[in-house]
Design a protein around this ligand. Structure first.
Ligand SMILES: C[S@@+](CC[C@H](N)C(=O)[O-])C[C@H]1O[C@@H](n2cnc3c(N)ncnc32)[C@H](O)[C@@H]1O
Length: 390
């Protein structure tokens, strides 16, 4: 059952016991909300056990609407004492948790959950400041490969572009300089990374990048808005990549393209000391899998894009190596990986010191190979894109 009032709408999902309120609710008087309230009443009457009121995508609500809804929810608790009500908010709509927490104080059966405070298993690592050095050195190494690849996948100047899961925003700065998009949105859920991104563009004087705090699995961006959408190294760290792809598809214009990059960590390699290096990167893949992240995703890109409804899929692979420019840059990437993967993630998994020592050794051997005058160190990446059918 779904009803719409202005740009706001309500729907009730019987199976999930969930009332979904979205858009903008700004009635002049409570009567304007009647269509919405039909759905609310239906939800209250049908719900058993826990009744979820999902306001994650409710962008605006005025006092009239809030008071009317609050009264109905309170009435539900009073008339059905066994019912638990959980209001589900998101930090993306900044005022939401604060406003709805007022309801929690009104009845003991009402609670509030900020959905995205811990919404995917890798979040604590990738949204942390310690991830910033990893991202900074990575993009420095990958850009020289990706710039021509992006052009081959259809990126030309003047397009409306979105970089979803933009991290520290350095890729967006490069896009801005080299491809001069007509619009450039860069969205991420890491407040630390976005703060860093905004600081950098202010310092270097780059303007026109719309850095946006958001959840890529539930974006507030409009349908069919962008000609070219990028999402790099991120489907592999979110536990529901198909949900992210659905959103990337939604915001892409028909005829536009979505471009993704992912790794296959067990294929990182080096000489000399190849066996130790190989062992460590096979363990990296297992470590990420423990936290529900798939850093072996790279070659699966074609299948993922096809399953999400894209056509005209293109895929290419490139190898970042110690011979691309300064070998120290490569070593810096590995050092940043060692710090987070061995220093934080393995510790969090509860690995014993002996394992962690061996795990670290493979990264150190990879750095040794990168800096050795006749050594070779490689990091393979899969870049794929698909067209949203016309
Ligand atoms: C490995 S980093 C890659 C960042 C950037 N694309 C790059 O290549 O440097 C993954 C990024 O995805 C972001 N991320 C993961 N899940 C997200 C979600 N559901 N919504 C928004 N950002 C998300 C993280 O905050 C992190 O910045």
């Amino acid at each position: 059952m779904k009803r719409v009032a202005g740009s706001g709408s309500a729907a009730y999902d019987n199976g999930a016991n969930e009332l979904l309120l979205t858009g903008t609710l700004r009635p002049h008087d409570p009567g304007d909300l009647n269509e919405i309230l039909v759905v609310v009443e239906h939800g209250i009457a049908s719900a058993r056990g826990t009744f979820y009121v999902n306001v994650k995508r409710l962008v605006h609500i005025n006092t009239t609407a809030y008071r009317t809804l609050a009264a109905r929810i309170l009435y539900a608790c009073q008339s059905k004492p066994d019912l638990r009500v959980v209001i589900v908010t998101s930090s993306v709509v900044a005022w939401s948790a604060r406003l709805f927490s007022h309801l929690v104080g009104l009845h003991e059966n009402i609670s509030l959950k900020v959905y995205d405070s811990a919404f995917y298993p890798g979040q604590t690592f990738v949204e942390n400041e310690s991830f910033i050095p990893i991202l900074r050195t990575q993009t420095k190494m990958t850009w020289r490969h990706e710039q021509p690849i992006l052009a081959r996948h259809g990126l030309v100047p003047g397009l409306a572009v979105a970089d979803i899961c933009c991290g520290i925003g350095d890729f967006a700065v490069l896009l801005k300089k080299e491809f001069r998009p007509s619009r450039l949105v860069a969205l991420d859920h890491s407040a630390a990374s976005l703060a860093y991104a905004r600081r950098v563009v202010a310092e270097i004087g780059v303007q026109g990048i719309e850095y946006t705090y958001g959840d890529a699995s539930q974006m507030l961006l409009e349908d069919n808005s962008f000609d070219f959408v990028t999402c790099r190294h991120s489907l592999q760290i979110f536990d529901r990549p198909e949900v992210l792809l659905k959103e990337l598809f939604r915001i892409c214009k028909p005829g536009g393209r979505v471009y993704i990059t992912n790794e296959k960590n067990s294929h990182c390699l080096g000489e000399p000391r190849s066996e130790s290096i190989q062992w460590t990167y096979t363990e990296v893949a297992k470590l990420f899998a423990f936290f529900d992240m798939d850093v072996e995703m790279g070659p699966k890109g074609i299948r993922l894009l096809a399953n999400a409804g894209f056509d005209q899929i293109q895929m290419e692979t490139f190898m970042v190596t110690n011979h691309d420019g300064d070998p120290q840059d490569f070593a810096d990437v590995i050092s940043a990986w060692e710090n987070v993967y061995a220093g934080e993630m393995a510790v969090k998994r509860g690995d014993d010191p002996e394992f962690i020592d061996r795990f670290r050794k493979g990264f150190q051997d990879h750095m040794f190979a990168a800096l050795h005058r006749s050594g070779y160190a490689g990091w393979p990446i899969w870049a794929a894109s698909g067209r949203k059918p016309l």
